[in-house]
Design a protein around this ligand. Structure first.
Ligand code: FAD
Ligand code: NDP
Length: 506
């Protein structure tokens, strides 16, 4: 071992007690990996990031930036926005705009979204270069605990050594063990850049991805069905999940439940510009049935491909589902290898991946002691009726504190911007709920909101929960009028009281 000074104009010089090529090698250039790499470089570490995307069975591939930018949050939110704009165009006419109703142009939407993503891919490359982070568009696997071998798309190999490693490989969508699934179905990895209009679509799965995709596809005027194996949005508040299903049904989404697919057969092949025709056989309530769809999208969970990095070479321990157990410092069982983001047994969310990456780098290279807080993480499901939540569901609160200690305040609300709408079956779904622990001064342990701008509202109130806000703190807060967020400052009906929430105060 000898000490080397790495020349680096911007970052402070860091004394090194090793002779590896890099201080830190990051496997995965997604939300977590990039945040970690840039933060480490800022504190003087010599960093390399490997990022490589294995194509989907449909041969879809994408650039630097990981799931969120390329095949996750960003294109999803943009397609959700496209669908909401259709709804708002209807409202706009009620506000006096003379809009001739246009049909939706799939190719134009996909083209504009993909242009945005490609521009961001390029910006990320430039940003890494500016921040002195070396980037290799190569797939990395371990040789030993300080060495990886990487391969680019032409098969050229490179060997790199590093003092420490951060695993940030994220995950990829699961395919079920159903004949025809890999041959004919797609996943969220394909939908956002699909070259042809999806046509009549079946979304299999009943969590975030399936419901969000079904929501925006239906909103774009596409005949959409969701196949639900058991319940909607497992782990979320049941009241809210069922309201989302009810609302989507009112919007025209069809639900098959309880139902699982058995086989997918091709009736007519896809072309470059048209979707295939697929026969899907399924079992619904014990009955065998089939239907024809143009697109079948599996959204049945995601799996980290930890087994693909040659984990045996370093004795890395991981679970059968690919998740990697870590300490609270995100250290794996190998003493110089850390793991962050979707690889962990934690919510699979971009801000959490970024937080875990950034704080880890600060601990490794800037003397910080701050750990990532994996509790009270706000999240939003971008279904047509948006759903934001932070903290516990009602069931989880009852399981944790006992029914006698759980006070649920809830209310319906009508967003002011929607009052011009004529009475419709979509009314009455906007809902809010505060779950409090009576044994602890009515501390708020769960906040749930159904309605427009759920992400914006929930993100702000999340701070209250982290700081331990009680119901009386919410009562002290003066709301902003007229907004939807003000419902949280005026809630006075408890579920225990049995009082109806159907009558709204002005
Ligand atoms: P990733 O972003 O997945 O990055 C991992 C990268 O590593 C990938 O580029 C991968 O190709 C690469 N890689 C893997 N193995 C190797 C290797 N051996 N060598 C080199 N490179 C490798 N979260 C939210 O917070 N809000 C949302 O609205 C939201 N919407 C989503 C919508 C969809 C459809 C999906 C799929 C996910 C969504 N998520 C959302 C989740 C979010 O995208 C992930 O939690 C986040 O991207 C995880 O970041 P990561 O850094 O752990 O991994
Ligand atoms: P999830 O793991 O959350 O849910 C999987 C769904 O698929 C469940 O409804 C499950 O049903 C069902 N399922 C599983 N296996 C089968 C099968 N063989 N046949 C039929 N149905 C099946 O996965 P997602 O893919 O929806 O999302 C992955 C993660 O990505 C999320 O947990 C989330 O953290 C992140 N994400 C975040 C978003 C956001 O922040 N807005 C948006 C999208 C994704 P069952 O309940 O019966 O097990």
């Amino acid at each position: 071992m000898f000490r080397v000074q790495v020349p680096d104009q911007d970052a402070p010089d860091m004394e090194r007690a090793h002779d590896f090529n890099f201080d830190l090698a990051v496997l995965g250039g997604g939300s977590g990996g990039l945040a970690c790499a840039k933060e480490a470089a800022k504190h003087g570490a010599k960093v390399v990031v490997f990022d490589f995307v294995q194509p989907t069975p449909l041969k879809t591939t994408w650039g630097l930036g990981g799931t969120c930018l390329n095949v996750g949050c960003i294109p999803k939110k943009l397609m959700h926005t496209a669908s909401i704009y259709g709804e708002l165009a209807e409202d706009a006419q009620l506000y006096g705009w003379n809009l001739t109703k246009n049909s939706h142009d799939w190719d134009r939407m996909v083209g504009n979204i993909q242009n945005h993503i490609k521009a961001q891919n390029w910006k990320i490359r430039v940003d890494l270069r500016d921040k002195n982070v070396t980037y290799y568009n190569e797939y990395a696997t371990f040789v030993d605990k300080h060495t990886v071998k990487s391969v680019n798309k032409r098969g050229a190999e490179r060997t790199v050594t590093a003092d420490k490693f951060v695993l940030a490989m994220g995950g990829r969508p699961n395919y079920p063990d159903v004949p025809g699934a890999q041959d004919y179905a797609i996943t969220s990895d394909d939908i956002f850049s699909l070259k042809y209009h999806p046509g009549k679509t079946l979304c299999v799965g009943a969590s975030y991805i399936s419901l969000e995709c079904a929501g925006f596809l239906n909103g774009l005027g596409i005949d959409t069905t969701v196949m639900v194996r058991s319940i909607l949005l497992r782990g979320f508040d049941k009241d809210c999940s069922e309201k989302i299903g009810g609302y989507m049904e009112q919007c025209g989404v069809k639900f098959l439940r309880p139902c699982v697919p058995n086989k997918i057969e091709c009736v007519k092949e896809a072309t470059d510009s048209s979707a295939p025709e697929l026969r899907v056989s399924f079992t619904q309530n014990g009955e065998e049935k089939s239907d024809i769809f143009n697109t079948v999208l599996f959204a049945i969970g995601r799996k980290p491909l930890t087994d693909k990095i040659n984990p045996g070479a370093i004795g890395l321990k991981y679970d059968p589902n690919g998740k990697i157990p870590v300490t609270e410092e995100e250290l794996t069982n190998v003493d110089n290898v850390y793991a962050i983001g979707d690889l962990l047994n934690a919510p699979e969310l971009t801000p959490l991946a970024i937080q875990s990456g950034r704080l880890l780098a600060k601990r490794l290279y800037a003397g910080s002691k701050i750990l990532t807080d994996y509790v009270n993480v706000p999240t939003t499901v971008f279904t047509p009726l948006e759903y934001g939540s932070v903290g516990l569901s009602e069931d989880a609160a009852i399981a944790k504190y006992g029914e006698e200690n759980v006070e649920v305040y809830h209310t319906k609300h009508t967003p002011t911007e929607q009052v011009v709408r004529e009475a419709s079956a979509l009314e009455g779904y906007n809902y809010a709920k505060l779950i409090c622990n009576r044994a602890d001064n009515e501390r708020v342990v769960g906040l749930h909101y159904l309605g427009p701008n759920a992400g914006e509202i929930t993100g702000g109130f999340g701070l209250g929960l982290i700081m331990g806000a009680t119901k009386s703190d919410f009562d002290r807060l003066v709301g902003i009028h007229p907004t939807s967020s003000e419902v949280f400052t005026t809630m006075n009906i408890t579920r225990r009281s049995g009082q109806s929430i159907d009558v709204e105060d002005c």
